[in-house]
Ligand binder design. Structure first.
Ligand SMILES: NC(=O)c1ccc[n+]([C@@H]2O[C@H](COP(=O)([O-])OP(=O)(O)OC[C@H]3O[C@@H](n4cnc5c(N)ncnc54)[C@H](O)[C@@H]3O)[C@@H](O)[C@H]2O)c1
Length: 379
């Protein structure tokens, strides 16, 4: 018998820039012309049909008139396209057009597109570079930052995927103007989550400036406020991801509001957008935190008021019973040893770290039941 040791120590620098601004197509072209990517000769722009309508054609025209070989591939808009079949279809399209190792993928769109396109980039020819051109607040706040890529399966969302960092991210604030208000508000939930978990001053800023962002039925999108939102979201999410890229502990805090929120999203049959469900999840988390002695009632009220100011309906949908909701929480990725776990705030701008060092803690069903029952009776 003989043995050969394969020594492969990995030293990697996956650092990249996030450019925040307006009409960034020209900035992207400038970067490509000035050597952002080496040895790339073809660009596959992956988008969805709705984003294609607004931005696809001008983008492709600019790329090709600047001498870049490129094609645009669009999947139907909506979360349903984030699946294995779309991934396979897009890969076949790329192969049939002779895309290879010398190619780059550009994800043009929101989080659905960047998750799918990033996953393809990570496996196509064993990994090719990709750029993200983000067109939603949710993607600016969350999906485009952190390098998680994935598709959904009928059994679970986001569990088939990779950690794979883009080479650069462009956050185009002008694209937010064409977003439907519900989609924009959905991104605002993740923004408020960031403030709740890490940044008291940002929370106060949101309290004071919500009227410069949107009203009940109209987007206002004040330029300086939008820029501040984008920058703060990146700063806060990065602060976490930089310390725990692979979600071994600290990154769990990004799940604030998600134990109940995701369960509500699924039980609403996706009638509620992700952020709309997370907003309710944040309130459930705050009320539970108060019951367990981590958060003052006054703080719970401020969190609830800020979410209401952003226009969220914070009632648990009547079609969902506490029992159903609790049963669904058992499918949450944080469940350990058969116990539902929550991440909790310990103040505004702070999350609780528990004695074992973890940022999540098991919570007894009965306590969750009481809070849910109380919320449903009050709605
Ligand atoms: N990778 C991560 O870390 C991470 C984090 C959070 C969320 N996500 C994923 O992100 C996705 C949700 O993100 P999303 O809300 O951006 O979804 P999305 O990409 O589906 O966009 C939402 C809708 O808005 C449309 N749209 C996008 N940009 C537009 C624009 N500028 N103008 C008009 N319409 C536009 C899209 O066509 C779509 O119908 C989910 O798949 C979620 O799992 C990933």
């Amino acid at each position: 018998m003989s043995k050969y040791h394969v020594s492969l120590t990995r030293v990697m620098d996956d650092s990249y820039d996030i450019e925040i601004g307006r009409d960034l197509f020209d900035t992207l072209l400038h970067d490509l012309k000035n050597g952002l990517l080496e040895n790339v000769s073809k660009f596959a722009v992956i988008t969805d049909t709705k984003v294609q309508e607004y931005y696809g054609d001008p983008f492709i025209r600019k790329l090709s008139s600047s001498g870049f070989i490129c094609d645009l591939f669009a999947v139907p808009a909506g979360e349903k396209s984030k699946n294995r079949a779309s991934k396979a279809w897009l890969e076949d399209q790329l192969l049939s057009k002779a895309y290879g190792r010398d190619s780059c993928i550009i994800a043009l769109g929101g989080g659905m597109v960047s998750d799918l396109a990033g996953f393809i980039a990570s496996t196509f020819c064993r990994g090719i570079p990709y750029l993200t051109y983000s067109t939603t607040l949710l993607s600016a706040a969350d999906a485009s930052v952190g390098g998680k890529t994935a598709v959904n399966t009928p059994v679970a969302t986001n569990l088939i995927g990779t950690f794979y960092q883009p080479r650069k991210v462009y956050i185009d604030l002008n694209t937010w103007t064409s977003l439907p208000i519900r989609e924009f508000r959905s991104g605002l939930a993740e923004t408020i989550k960031h403030a709740c978990m890490q940044d008291y001053e940002f929370f106060v800023y949101l309290e004071q400036n919500m009227n410069r962002i949107l009203t009940a039925d109209r987007l206002i999108l004040d330029a300086s406020v939008c820029e501040h939102l984008a920058l703060k979201n990146c700063e806060i999410k990065y602060g976490v991801v930089e310390k725990d890229e692979k979600e071994s502990n600290l990154r769990q805090i990004l799940n604030l509001g998600h134990t109940a929120g995701r369960a509500i999203e699924t039980l609403s049959n996706y009638e509620l957008l992700h952020g709309e469900a997370i907003a309710i999840g944040l309130v459930i988390q705050a009320r539970l935190a108060n019951k367990l002695g981590y958060l003052h009632e006054q703080e719970v009220n401020r969190i609830t008021q800020l979410l209401a100011l952003a226009g969220f309906n914070l009632n648990i949908p009547h079609s969902i019973t506490p029992k159903e909701l609790i049963d669904k929480m058992y499918t949450d990725k944080k469940v350990r040893s058969g116990k539902i776990r929550f991440v909790f705030q310990s103040g505004i701008g702070k999350v609780k770290q528990f004695d074992d060092g973890s940022f999540s803690v098991p919570v007894e069903e009965q306590i969750i039941y009481e809070i849910l029952d109380e919320m449903i009776r009050m709605s």
